[in-house]
Write a protein that binds this ligand. Structure first.
Ligand code: FE2
Ligand code: FE2
Length: 257
């Protein structure tokens, strides 16, 4: 089980209650590793064999469109969360996603550069389908995008439960995406390949490790009573199920092509 750092507790809540919620949140966060969000057929396929051009296009379209609203999810959670210490943690995450205020470092642009490089060398054209209104997406992709945003406005515990799921599945997701992408290394100059991996490296190197810690703090601080904890678990489990459905449906679509 991954360890979590000690967190400051809200002055109004007892230390004992917060320690109990920290235990619950830590157990919940670690459930991600055995969930369909990470333990699924897509990642097994992605890491075992190279996809054909059509399969890569399906992956790129659907992956891009579920990642695109990441800042929206965080911003909605920021609004739903009134606790100031939690707001500061969410702000750190939003700042990372927006490249620390530098346009060329905004994660969604860095992602687009990776998908461009992946498709240009392996499907014969750059990644183009950035407009959700004109991109054919799988139903599970649309559901993940829409319903995850709904979770982030429902209540502070629900929103922070959803963000807990988003951040705790992310590190391992990037590790597996990187491992699979290494199979395509021969298509690139060595420097070019590692430059394209920027999207994967920034997350594996530090971003997602920090986001995991931040999401533990905000999840615990959003629980003032057991009803909040139940709401947090609802947000977390619903997001995990949406992610599992996304990867399962993406896998089925890919093997059909
Ligand atoms: Fe990111
Ligand atoms: Fe993150």
């Amino acid at each position: 089980m991954n360890t979590v750092t000690e967190i400051p507790v809200p002055a109004s809540d007892s230390k004992q209650a917060q320690e109990i919620y920290l235990q619950h949140v830590s157990i919940l966060a670690n459930q991600v590793y055995k969930s369909r969000a990470l333990d699924n057929e897509f990642y097994k396929l992605w890491m075992k064999e190279k996809l054909n051009p059509t399969q890569l296009e399906i992956f790129a379209d659907n992956y891009y469109h579920w990642i695109a609203p990441t800042v929206d999810r965080l911003a909605m959670t920021f609004v739903a969360t009134k606790d100031l210490i939690s707001r500061i943690e969410i702000l750190h995450n939003i700042r990372d996603e927006l490249g620390g205020g530098h346009l060329d470092g905004v994660h969604i642009f860095v992602l687009r550069r990776w998908l461009d490089g992946l498709l240009t060398k392996n499907a014969g054209h750059p990644f183009k389908n950035v407009d959700p209104s004109t991109t054919v997406l799988l139903p599970a992709t649309s559901a993940l995008t829409t319903k995850s945003l709904e979770l982030c406005v429902r209540s502070a515990p629900c929103a922070n439960g959803a963000i807990l799921a988003q951040e705790w599945h992310a590190y391992t997701q990037f590790v597996m995406l990187y491992e699979g992408f290494r199979q395509y290394m021969q298509a690139y100059e060595l420097d070019e390949f590692h430059d394209l991996c920027e999207y994967l490296y920034i997350h594996i190197g530090w971003a997602e490790k920090e986001h995991k810690e931040q999401s533990i703090i905000t999840a615990v601080r959003s629980c003032a009573n057991d009803q909040d904890l139940a709401e947090l678990e609802y947000g977390y489990n619903t997001f995990i199920d949406l992610l599992g459905d996304f990867w399962d449906q993406l896998h089925k679509e890919i093997v059909a092509h």
